[in-house]
Design a protein around this ligand. Structure first.
Ligand code: AMP
Length: 281
């Protein structure tokens, strides 16, 4: 596995790979890797000739400076894990390398930004759009792998690819979970042991909400159930629970044929956890 920290060096390497006609799978990450990230690498290895993972804690997508500051960083460990998964290349640039000038271009994704993560994290998707566009332009992958864990982000990237004509196939990878059901996340390691176990309640509640809806409960009834569940738990603060159609991430009041997801954000102390379930899968 080869490690690159400059744009020039990674481009040079990938130019060689491309002249040999290989497909290139990109797995963008912010590091502190876990099995969820590694599943993206595994899928890329299966589908592509060459896999490159990027590890970069992207400052422009953090609306909360404390969250950025506390974000776990463990590059040496990440490199070991990627090597054990037979990842071919790692691109791990510095902030100065990625943002040699402060960007004044802004990206806005329309209605999808008005809800959920867009609403609660102003500027977040602009930062995601900027860094992913940069990575696409630097790496020029044939495939890009993103997790369902960040479902709204996935649809933002889908828009980016389709509206800016990137010749990239976007692959959605299902959520990998801890034994308790908690969706794996780099932020989980900031939870106290007992909180981490208790956080399995998020997935439990999503599953119950989904089965209620499948048995005919209304959106209002399901939201009330989820609200009450978290009202009864002092440690867990519900930021939002919404039932949305995934094209625009707009809230639905009744279920029709569109792809519908149950999406949730919960805070335990200052650790913010998100999760989702698709209604029809
Ligand atoms: P992050 O490092 O949190 O920015 O995540 C990098 C990529 O890994 C994103 O596409 C995430 O959606 C994906 N990812 C994070 N956690 C999981 C998980 N538990 N299961 C599947 N994919 C994940």
């Amino acid at each position: 596995m080869k490690l690159f920290s400059t744009i020039e060096s990674v481009r040079e390497q990938l130019n060689l790979v491309k002249t040999e006609g290989n497909t290139i799978g990109l797995v963008p990450t912010m590091g502190a890797l876990h099995d969820g990230h590694l599943e993206l690498v595994r899928q890329s290895n299966q589908l592509c000739d060459v896999t490159i993972a990027s590890v970069f804690v992207n400052p422009t997508q953090f609306n909360n400076p404390a969250d950025l500051q506390k974000y776990p960083r463990k590059l040496d460990h990440d490199i070991q894990l990627l090597e054990s998964e037979n990842c071919d290349f790692v691109f791990s640039p510095s902030k100065a390398e990625m943002y040699s000038e402060a960007p004044d271009i802004t990206l806005s994704f329309g209605e999808i930004e008005n809800n959920l993560e867009g609403e609660f994290r102003p500027g977040h998707f602009n930062g995601v759009g900027l860094i992913v566009s940069k990575l696409f332009n630097i790496i020029e992958p044939s495939h890009a792998f993103f997790g369902q864990k960040d479902l709204q982000q996935f649809f933002v990237i889908q828009k980016l690819i389709s509206q800016l004509n990137y010749p990239i196939k976007l692959i959605r990878v299902p959520i990998v979970r801890e034994e308790s059901g908690l969706a794996m996340s780099s932020r989980n390691e900031r939870l106290k042991t007992e909180d981490r176990q208790m956080a399995g309640l998020i997935y439990e509640t999503l599953k119950k909400g989904k089965s209620m809806m499948k048995s005919g409960a209304t959106v209002g009834e399901t939201k009330a159930f989820v609200g009450e569940t978290f009202d009864q738990n002092e440690r867990m603060n519900l930021e939002y629970f919404e039932i949305v159609e995934t094209r625009r991430f707009s809230k639905v009041s009744e279920i029709n044929q569109e792809e519908v997801a149950l999406c949730i954000a919960v805070n335990i102390d200052d650790v913010r956890l998100i999760d989702n379930l698709l209604l029809f899968s």
